[in-house]
Design a protein around this ligand. Structure first.
Ligand SMILES: *[C@@H]1O[C@H](CO)[C@@H](O)[C@H](O)[C@H]1NC(C)=O
Ligand SMILES: *[C@@H]1O[C@H](CO)[C@@H](O)[C@H](O)[C@H]1NC(C)=O
Length: 374
């Protein structure tokens, strides 16, 4: 609910906090903006893991890396960010710590703020506030998003260049959700999506919250021979609702991919075409690929004990949440209830968490997606 005035206050607040935190950098206080240096490849985030199904992939506990953190941190302060890869810069700017709490933020974006007469998602928007007392809930307009991102990504100008180069609001809206979750964490949800259950209930009590850094839902699980006519992936994770802790490696990876691809397309002068759809560029296809690549990434998971790659087969037909590493994948009912196919149950099912507005029909997904955000 940001009016322009509030947006300015918000921006000034971020800027002040940013400067103060940078100044306090010399002290030993925990400091959210710059923390551990990028560790050597193969060791990254190894301390951020949690044990899980031992028959599959698991994090490698690596105490040696932890011990090195302090001297390395000093060294990195003198180091020049320009020598880092984009992925490393993002890791440096927004380090990940699985043991922190999920931040109590709800981020949404729309052309208008709820204060505007043109705002037509009052019920959906209110459902998030009602289900999440004590959370900070912001509906960010495009105008405000630009300022907010400038503050959050000032040290990594290529990210801002990519955001500004995107020619369509749908691309920016997709990109924004990954950027805000990478920097701040919390919940992102599309404006046309209603909260049925509080996010505090999304993860079963049996799963410790300090072992989870990302919660995703299934958009589509089309177990039919012609699935390719309808979906770009056999299992597709949805990106209309995502919960994350800041700095999660999946977010780091997708921001890095989209930034690079955007700057490439900017040079080529061609952003979206029949072959280069929104779904593949910023939407659920690239989101799904990034998550699966994380599951199969030896930097984060010990592949030696694994019995083959994690694929759609590990998630097809699931009816309860499934945890792989620090990621919880919710069944299709959770974020796509009431679609009356692919095994999704109805809105009153105990596993139904959000109600997404599909506009009643199954249009080809790229079309549907553009319709949603434009
Ligand atoms: C994923 O599926 C493969 C084969 O389908 C299996 O070997 C592996 O153990 C599964 N992993 C998880 C985490 O369920
Ligand atoms: C497993 O996944 C990795 C990363 O996506 C890929 O390079 C490799 O070829 C896959 N292996 C198999 C057996 O599918």
């Amino acid at each position: 609910m940001l009016s322009f005035k509030r947006a300015l206050i918000f921006a000034v607040f971020f800027l002040t906090a940013f400067i103060l935190l940078r100044r306090s950098h010399t002290s030993n206080d925990p400091e959210p903006f710059r923390k551990p240096p990028p560790q050597p490849e193969g060791a990254k985030d190894s301390h951020g893991g949690a044990s899980h199904n031992p028959s599959t992939t698991s994090y490698t506990p690596d105490t040696a890396v932890k011990d090195q953190e302090l001297p390395a941190q000093k060294a990195i302060q003198q180091q020049d960010m320009s020598k880092m890869s984009l992925y490393e810069k993002l890791a440096y700017q927004y380090p990940y710590d699985v043991e922190t709490k999920f931040p109590a933020y709800i981020w949404q974006t729309w052309k208008w703020t709820p204060a505007s007469g043109e705002f037509t998602f009052r019920d959906q928007e209110a459902s998030w506030t009602m289900q999440h007392p004590g959370f900070v809930h912001e509906v960010i307009t495009d105008q405000v998003a630009v300022h907010l991102l400038k503050l959050l990504y000032a040290p990594i100008p290529e990210v801002l260049e990519a955001y500004n180069a995107m020619p369509q609001p749908v691309l920016k809206a997709d990109f924004f959700r990954y950027l805000i979750l990478l920097a701040r964490g919390g919940i992102y949800s599309d404006i046309d999506t209603q909260a049925i259950k509080s996010a505090l209930e999304w993860i079963p009590d049996s799963v410790p919250k300090e072992s989870v850094g990302l919660v995703v839902g299934i958009e589509a699980d089309p177990d039919r021979p012609d699935w390719k006519d309808w979906y770009s992936r056999r299992i597709q994770f949805c990106q209309w609702t995502i919960q994350a802790k800041p700095g999660h490696p999946v977010l780091r990876d997708i921001v890095s991919r989209i930034t690079k691809e955007t700057l490439k397309r900017k040079r080529e002068g061609l952003f979206v075409s029949k072959e280069k759809s929104v779904v593949e560029f910023t939407g659920p296809a690239v989101w799904t690929d990034t998550i699966f690549d994380y599951f199969n990434d030896a930097r984060y998971f010990d592949m030696r004990s694994s019995q083959g790659n994690i694929s759609y087969q590990n998630f097809t037909g699931i009816e309860t949440p499934k945890k792989v590493g620090d990621v919880v994948v919710l069944p299709i009912t959770s974020f796509s209830p009431g679609v009356q196919q692919m095994g999704a149950k109805d809105y009153d099912d105990p596993m139904a968490f959000v109600k997404h507005d599909f506009e009643g029909t199954w249009k080809p997904e790229s079309e549907r997606h553009i319709g949603e955000t434009n």
